[in-house]
Write a protein that binds this ligand. Structure first.
Ligand code: NAD
Length: 415
């Protein structure tokens, strides 16, 4: 196994490739790479069994020159400051690629939600927000769900923030519909992954999605909705792996049945009767047309990238590929659509939720979907044009577009 690279260093090496194309000076690079603010908080929580446990949480606000900083909150045992810093900077570039008026932030708490009760998770979320609330809010930093957090978590975020600041639903997105959540938000990231996959597979590679074989890592929010929309477009989802195991079926898995199975069997695809179980370590080498990592960071690296057989890789997760994997894909002629474009559907609809909350408006799902698709397809065309102009990878092209927008905004505001 290759050692997991420092994630922030990895993101910054990708940044430097784009900065080279733009000819950015060292001082501008330094300015654009460095997070605006980083906060670490400790949260003592009285657990249900009466013991006291101290949790560590982070919030990194990377850049806010184009608007309030925006980013998810994740709960995971492996969370650390380096990971949160990297993901915050990716959010700066992601919001800039799709040209919505937000900057980038990210938060995380080192914990194992699978071993915590709802009550403990609520206490943890409230403590996290109460410690950070002075730097959060609709015009400063807006939270959203991410790994192991969901609409319920965002309801607690909104409530705790509101205790000190009054009713401000725009302080978080991905909320339940009953509390000002947006129609279409839950499916937005996966739907965006499917739209970008269609544009790349049909529009760039010139192949038809009908019958195309898709393999996914992750069948949570992003993976399951991406699978559902791609199946709806005629593709065959032939293999899926998650934290509990992996299943495959060459004729195509029944995606709605798999989603029901995951809901009813403690959140994993393992044991799904409509497919054959296989070793998740073999996922990357499955024969397929489209590979979608939609779970963890840095899973495509010097070891796994050479085994990939798909001509198209679409990054549903944040930072699933290392720079080493990028190099291997480039050399092997595999088209990679980067996270900051492919998984931007969620932040686009989060932006819609924020707008609706600020204006006290509610849009129909069809309106949300139509607007999401329009922004995403425009961003896809913008990145494609940059890739053609500079003869570079799609990752570098997306970063060139984003860096240029952030640099220009920064210049206009004054350094
Ligand atoms: P989720 O918690 O809903 O699902 C995570 C999935 O990853 C689950 O299927 C889980 O079983 C799987 N997984 C966890 N550990 C694994 C392992 N060791 N091996 C294989 N699979 C494993 O999370 P999500 O919201 O779907 O997020 C997935 C990825 O997409 C993350 O990188 C996240 O940052 C990114 N993302 C999410 C959104 C969003 O709107 N939710 C937006 C943009 C990017």
């Amino acid at each position: 196994m290759a050692a997991r690279p420092n994630l922030f260093e990895n993101v910054n090496r990708q940044f430097d490739e784009a900065a080279d194309v733009l000819g950015l000076s060292q001082e501008i690079r330094e300015l654009l790479k460095t997070p605006y603010r980083e906060i670490t908080v400790t949260m003592p929580i009285r657990m249900d069994d009466g013991s006291l446990k101290v949790f560590k949480g982070y919030r990194v606000q990377h850049n806010g020159v184009r608007g309030p900083q925006k980013g998810g909150l994740r709960y995971h045992p492996g969370v650390d400051l380096d990971e949160i810093r990297a993901l915050a900077s990716l959010n700066t570039w992601k919001t800039a690629v799709v040209n919505i008026p937000f900057g980038g932030a990210k938060g995380g708490v080192q914990c194992d939600p699978a071993r915590m009760s709802q009550h403990e998770l609520e206490m943890l979320t409230r403590r996290y927000i109460s410690k950070l609330s002075m730097v959060l809010g609709p015009t400063r930093d807006v939270l959203a769900p991410d790994i192991n957090t969901n609409a319920q978590t965002m309801a607690w975020v909104m409530d705790e923030y509101g205790r000190k600041n009054g009713y401000q639903p725009a302080c978080a997105t991905g909320k339940p519909l009953e509390l000002g959540g947006s129609q279409g938000r839950e499916a937005a990231t996966g739907r965006g992954v499917a739209i970008v996959t269609r544009e790349a597979y049909e529009g760039v590679l010139g192949r038809s999605l009908a019958g195309a074989r898709v393999v996914l890592q992750g069948f949570g929010n992003v993976g399951s909705h991406a699978a559902r929309f791609l199946a709806g477009m005629g593709a065959r989802v032939v293999a899926v792996a998650d934290v509990g195991g992996a299943v495959r079926r060459s004729e195509g898995l029944d995606v709605p049945a798999l989603a029901t199975h995951v809901r009813q069997h403690s959140g994993t695809v393992a044991g799904f009767p409509g497919g054959e179980a296989f070793d998740p370590a073999e996922l990357w080498a499955q024969d397929c047309d489209i590979l979608i990592p939609a779970a963890l960071c840095a899973v495509l690296d010097g070891d796994t990238a050479p085994r990939v057989r798909a001509p198209l890789v679409v990054e549903g997760a944040n930072a699933p590929a290392t720079v080493e994997a990028d190099r291997i894909f480039r050399e092997r002629g595999i088209l990679l659509i980067p996270d900051i474009l492919a998984s931007a559907g969620g932040v686009i609809v989060s932006y819609f939720e924020w707008v609706q909350n600020l204006q006290q408006q509610y849009w129909e799902e069809a309106e949300v979907f139509e607007k999401e698709e329009r922004i995403l397809v425009q961003a896809f065309r913008d990145v494609q044009a940059k890739a053609e102009e500079h003869g570079c990878t799609w990752r570098t092209a997306a970063l060139v577009l984003a860096l240029d927008r952030v640099r220009t905004a920064n210049e206009l505001r004054g350094w």
